[in-house]
Design a protein around this ligand. Structure first.
Ligand code: HEC
Length: 140
C-alpha cells in the first residue's frame, strides 16, 4: 500500500517534469546541431580532401623526397607560394604541367614575387611532373 502511493507520486512528478521541459529542450538541441555543421566543413584540410587520390599519394611522397617541402606548404605560403595558391592560378592542363615542370627544373622568379626558386637540374623530369600534377590537384 505504501509503495503504491510512492509509485503514483513518482509518476505524477515525472509527467510534470516532462511537460515542463519537453518543448524547451527539443528546441535547444536543434539549434546546436545546425550551428555546428558549417564549422566542421571548413575544418577539412586539402590534405584530407585529396589524401586517397593516387595522384596525391605519389606526388606528395615525391615532393618530400625532392625537398620541395622546405619552401612550399599545401595551404600556407612559406618561402614559395602554397600549392593551393598555385593550383588556383593555373588550370590543370598538360600545357601547364609542362610549363611548371620547366620552371621547377630551370628555376624561376617573378611570378610570385622577388624571391627566386632555385633550379633543380638533378631531378628526373617524370618525377617533377608527378609533383606538379599533385600540386595542380590541390584546388580548394
Ligand atoms: C629554396 C626554396 C624552394 C624550393 C626548394 C622549391 N621551391 Fe618552388 N618556388 C619557390 C619560390 C620562391 C617560388 C616563386 C617563384 C616565382 O615568383 O616565380 C616558387 C614557385 C614554385 C611554383 C610556381 C611556379 C610558377 O611559375 O608560377 C611551383 C609549381 C613550384 N615552386 C614547385 C616546386 C617544386 C615541385 C619543388 C620541388 C622540386 C620546389 N618548388 C622547390 C621556392 C622554392
Amino acid at each position: 500500500m505504501k509503495s503504491l502511493k510512492l509509485f503514483s507520486f513518482g509518476l505524477v512528478a515525472f509527467s510534470l517534469m516532462t511537460y515542463a521541459c519537453g518543448g524547451g529542450s527539443q528546441e535547444s538541441s536543434q539549434s546546436s546541431t545546425t550551428s555546428s555543421a558549417p564549422a566542421q566543413e571548413t575544418k577539412v584540410s586539402l590534405e584530407d580532401k585529396y589524401k586517397d587520390d593516387p595522384v596525391f599519394i605519389t606526388g606528395s611522397a615525391k615532393a618530400k623526397e625532392a625537398g620541395c617541402t622546405a619552401c612550399h606548404m599545401v595551404e600556407r605560403k612559406v618561402v614559395g607560394p602554397s600549392y593551393a595558391d598555385v593550383a588556383e592560378k593555373y588550370e590543370n592542363t598538360p600545357e601547364n604541367v609542362a610549363l611548371l615542370t620547366d620552371h621547377v627544373i630551370n628555376g624561376n622568379v617573378g611570378n610570385w614575387g622577388e624571391i627566386q626558386m632555385p633550379s633543380h637540374p638533378h631531378l628526373e623530369r617524370a618525377d617533377v611532373e608527378d609533383v606538379i600534377k599533385y600540386v595542380l590537384l590541390l584546388k580548394r
